[in-house]
Ligand binder design. Structure first.
Ligand code: SF4
Length: 428
């Protein structure tokens, strides 16, 4: 297609990593002369960045493409992201899809659009995930007050429920010097808070064999955060999520003493039953998780701790679920992200029996979401009346503005322009 003067609109499904990548793809196309439009507006090109964790990725994609066809039937529809890598043919079969870009190709979108001529069937540009070793850096900008900076991608673990390694490939990282350079760019944009993101962030420091810098080859996550603390001007950092077995005492102590890293951890738990953790092929037992939480709280009693949990994993008996509930109830965590297990092709979990009926999966989800609500209320009440530093959002939302304290307590106040994108001492 001809370029220059064209318009493009984006829709992102899934995680923070996807948001940071959509933002980067958008900047790539803006440099090529595209102007950005809202997804609800008419555009020449629509890009949907998909997720493989979303339950109904296929249904959602079809729905979005139908919406596009109704408002802009002549436009070009590009589908990329994890689901596009995992099921390219299925996606290419959706009426209205023009171009499917796999994991390695999404950052070459400008080239693909240049070469593309609209035809009767969708074109697939994708390669085998085993062949992917490049790291493509990404960050989100301007969409929200916080910027999500991708520093690591892929995963070498083989959790039995997860398709991410099949969609994103082996664990690999950005170089520390590259990350420092990107942080400088974000400083220049007046970004106040950066959320370090990755698929398996604690595994930071793995590089493809072709990466030659010796300094990088010996780096790890603790070195990365130490350099960010010492060499950058950004006011606040958060660590998006870190596996309990990779969250060392050194990292916890570092955050406790840091001026820039916020007292907030998100640590996937997935189950409170050691038998289920084993079947999930997780690399820790619940005792280690409890130790991590205790260690954090002994250094930072005010620290927010979030946990991911999956309910309805195959073989999860009433007893297993109860022990998950009791375990979380006893833990000093502040909130949960609860996921209902759903079957994924090419995963080991498909072989585990008995399957938990769907209705029961949803009931268990509800029980844990209630527990999460209680935990969050308790955590918030513990800090009521305290003065904490709150970063307020840039944008007005129906006359109001949101902000988050250092320890991730949400504050909502009537919009005050002087607070936008600023850190304010605020009494909770
Ligand atoms: S650690 Fe496990 S759940 Fe997380 S991305 Fe890797 S394989 Fe998936």
């Amino acid at each position: 297609m001809k370029q220059g003067g064209q318009t493009v609109a984006f829709h992102t499904l899934g995680c923070k990593l996807n948001y940071s990548e959509t933002s980067t793809i958008s900047r790539i196309l803006e440099k090529e002369g595209f102007s950005k439009r809202d997804f609800d507006d008419e555009a020449d090109v629509y890009v949907i960045n998909t997720c493989s964790v979303t339950d109904n990725a296929d249904k959602e994609c079809r729905h979005l493409v139908r919406r596009i066809q109704r408002k802009a039937p002549r436009s070009l529809v590009v589908i990329t992201g994890c689901y596009a890598q995992l099921k390219p043919k299925e996606i290419a079969g959706i009426p209205g899809v023009d171009l499917v870009l796999g994991t390695a190709e999404k950052f070459n979108i400008a080239h693909h659009l240049r070469e593309f001529t609209k035809g009767d069937s969708a074109k697939i540009c994708s390669c085998d995930i085993e062949d992917i070793s490049e790291f493509n850096s990404s960050y989100s900008l301007n969409d929200r007050t916080r910027s999500f900076l991708k520093v690591q991608d892929g995963c070498n673990y083989n959790c039995s429920f997860c398709t991410i390694p099949l969609a994103r490939g082996k664990s690999r990282s950005d170089s520390i010097s590259g990350i420092l350079a990107r942080v400088k760019e974000l400083e220049a944009e007046d970004v106040q808070e950066i959320v370090l993101t990755g698929v398996n962030l604690g595994d930071f420091g793995k590089y493809p064999a072709s990466h030659s810098a010796e300094h990088d080859r010996q780096s790890n996550f603790l070195q990365l955060i130490t350099e960010l603390e010492n060499k950058t001007q950004i006011a606040r950092y958060r660590i998006s999520s870190i596996e309990p077995n990779l969250l060392t005492n050194e990292i916890i102590r570092f955050v406790a003493e840091s001026k820039k890293f916020m007292p907030h951890f998100h640590i996937p738990l997935q189950s409170g039953s050691n038998r289920i953790l084993g079947d999930m092929r997780r690399r820790y037992k619940r005792e280690l998780y409890a130790e991590r939480v205790e260690e954090i709280k002994s250094h930072m009693p005010h620290c927010a701790i979030g946990a991911d949990v999956i309910v309805g994993f195959p073989g999860e008996s009433e007893e297993d679920f109860q022990s998950t509930y009791d375990f979380i109830h006893s833990l000093d965590v502040s909130y949960l992200h609860v996921f209902t297990y759903s079957e994924r092709d090419h995963t080991k979990a498909l072989e585990i029996k008995p399957v938990v009926p769907n209705g029961l999966r949803h009931e268990r989800n509800k029980v844990l979401r209630n527990l999460s609500y209680m935990k969050m209320q308790h955590f918030t009440n513990q800090h009521a009346g305290q003065k904490r530093k709150v970063l307020f959002e840039r944008f007005e939302n129906h006359g109001m503005m949101d902000g988050y304290s250092d320890n991730y307590i949400k504050v909502m106040i009537p919009f005050r322009r002087e607070f936008a994108n600023r850190i304010v001492d605020w009494t909770l």
